[in-house]
Design a protein. Structure first.
Length: 178
C-alpha cells in the first residue's frame, strides 16, 4: 500500500516524529515522506492512505498544513487518514491545556473541513537549540509556569516514542483490513 506521510514543522520535532513514523511503516508499506512546504503539485491519488502531522504554535497549526488540508479535502476524506497533532500541551495533564488542544482541533476542522479518520495528540519538545534569544526566554518562562525544569541550552523531549509506535502500528493494522 502506498502511504503518504506529510508534515509541517516549526522547530523540527514534528519532522523527527514524521521520520520515525516513516521508518516504522516502511517495512509494511511504500512510504513517501514529504515536508508540506514542498507539496505543490502533489498527486494525492497515488496514495491509498495519508498520515499528516503538524505542530501547535500560538493556538494554531502551520499555514502549510492548513492549506494542504483545505486544498486536498476530498482526497483526504476518501482515504484512511491519521493526524498527529504535536504540542507541548500534550505532555501534561493540565485541564486548561487539554481544553486548549480541543479548541485548536475544532478551529482546524472548522477552517479546513477535514475530519481525520484518527487523530492523536503527541507530546513535543522544547528545542532550545533551534530558538532565538527571545523565543528561548519565552519558552523557558512557559516551562517554569508549567512546573517543568528545563535547561535553556539544550533540548528537552517529551515525545513518548513507545506510545507513538503502538498508535502507528494500530493504525497500520487497520489499513490491512480496509
Amino acid at each position: 500500500m502506498a502511504l503518504l506521510i506529510a508534515y509541517a514543522t516549526t522547530d523540527g520535532q514534528t519532522r523527527k516524529i514524521a521520520r520515525f513514523c516513516a521508518d516504522r511503516l516502511a517495512d509494511r508499506h511504500t512510504v513517501e515522506l514529504l515536508n508540506l512546504d514542498d507539496a505543490e503539485g502533489l498527486d494525492l491519488q497515488r496514495f491509498q492512505a495519508v498520515l499528516l502531522a503538524g505542530s501547535v504554535h500560538l493556538h494554531k497549526f502551520q499555514p502549510a498544513l492548513t492549506a494542504f488540508a483545505k486544498a486536498n479535502l476530498a482526497g483526504l476524506q476518501a482515504r484512511p487518514t491519521l493526524f498527529l497533532a504535536v504540542s507541548l500541551a500534550a505532555a501534561g495533564q493540565d485541564e486548561d491545556d487539554v481544553q486548549g488542544l480541543r479548541e485548536v482541533h475544532a478551529a482546524f476542522r472548522a477552517e479546513t473541513g477535514w475530519v481525520p479518520g484518527s487523530s492523536i495528540d503527541v507530546a513535543g519538545a522544547f528545542r532550545f537549540t533551534e530558538y532565538d534569544f527571545f523565543r528561548a526566554w519565552m519558552m523557558k518562562r512557559i516551562a517554569v509556569q508549567k512546573g517543568q525544569q528545563v535547561d535553556g541550552h539544550s533540548d528537552t523531549e517529551y515525545t513518548d516514542w513507545a506510545a507513538l509506535a503502538d498508535a502507528v502500528d494500530r493504525w497500520s493494522a487497520q489499513l490491512a483490513v480496509v
